[in-house]
Design a protein around this ligand. Structure first.
Ligand code: GUN
Length: 297
């Protein structure tokens, strides 16, 4: 039997429509329009595409975007000055620093400078620290992991006691999604480049999250029959017979894995649109947090 395909694009469209409505309502009631500042340093082509998509999505739901582009030669001080300026700007409710940053910049310092109330990516060490601790609540959860959890809920996946395997331990996806799965009472294994016998690990998974950035690495015989497979990978591979000369594939060999899995996300149209929907949701939440501060003053 072939797997049920989880349509992230459709779920994201629904969430975006809800956000658009909530933004309109708050603006009608006299509250400020939510604002997102995007900080893009350097000329990584994929980062430019992602930031453009995020800004377009903001526009569609009525969130104002404040784009900032710095050259690849920008200094640590220039980026830090920009962050501090955005922290002070009342029109800016969320600050997104697109990663990766050029190598000469200190990412940890830059992300740590963002006001945690504006940390819509959830990468500030305080937000990540809270995510990692029992009984603590981060103000924001990183967007791709949050989107994955929404997709799992949409699919009706019961995580209670389930065996989840996460492929990849990045700060952006692997680690935070593992923390979220633990919070949802799954038993979680995080696999990485040094893991011995990866297929033996992944075959145990009721829920398999692939976030390694290796085109079509996960094969059919890596997957337990009926498993839920979430593919976070977005990899460009050559495809001479297509107009662009390349196509996007995930970390999962979709055509063969869909014959084994119970549920699977496609690439594109699975996790990607959810990341952007969660960014919009976090930005609206940041504006709502700022409303409360205003009331408290
Ligand atoms: N680079 C890849 N994914 C992300 C993301 O979700 N947020 C940011 N800021 N950079 C990224």
């Amino acid at each position: 039997m072939t797997a049920r395909i989880l349509d992230g694009k459709a779920v994201a469209a629904r969430i975006r429509a809800e956000i658009r409505q909530r933004v309109e309502e708050r603006v009608k009631s006299g509250l400020p329009r939510p604002g997102l500042a995007t900080v893009l340093v350097g000329d990584d082509p994929a980062s430019h595409v992602y930031v453009r998509m995020k800004r377009k999505a903001c526009q569609e739901v009525g969130i104002e975007s404040f784009p900032h582009e710095l050259p690849a030669t920008a200094t640590q001080e220039e980026v830090e000055d920009l962050i501090m300026q955005l922290n002070q700007d009342p029109r800016v409710h969320g600050i997104l620093v697109q990663l990766p940053l050029p190598k000469h910049l200190d990412e940890e310092r830059i992300l740590g400078l963002i006001d945690i109330h504006k940390d819509v990516d959830g990468f500030h060490p305080v937000n990540i620290g809270r995510l990692a601790q029992k009984g603590r609540e981060p103000l924001f959860v990183p967007c791709t992991p949050a989107g994955i959890m929404v997709l799992l809920e949409e699919a009706g996946v019961n995580l209670e006691g389930a065996k989840a395997v996460v492929l990849g331990r990045s700060n952006i996806v692997g680690m935070p999604v593992a923390l979220l799965l633990i919070r949802a009472n799954a038993t979680v294994t995080v696999c990485h480049s040094r893991t011995r016998d990866l297929p033996a690990e992944t075959r145990q998974a009721d829920v398999l999250i692939a976030a390694v950035g290796r085109p079509e690495m996960v094969k059919a015989d890596w997957v337990k029959p009926g498993a839920v497979v979430i593919d976070v990978g977005v990899n460009r591979v050559e495809a001479p017979d297509t107009p662009k000369g390349y196509k996007l594939v995930g970390d999962v060999a979709f055509d063969e894995v869909k014959e084994v899995a119970g549920v699977i996300t496609p690439v594109p149209g699975g996790v990607g649109p959810m990341t952007i929907a969660m960014l919009l949701k976090n930005t609206l939440r940041a504006a709502e947090l700022a409303d409360r501060e205003r009331v408290a003053l």
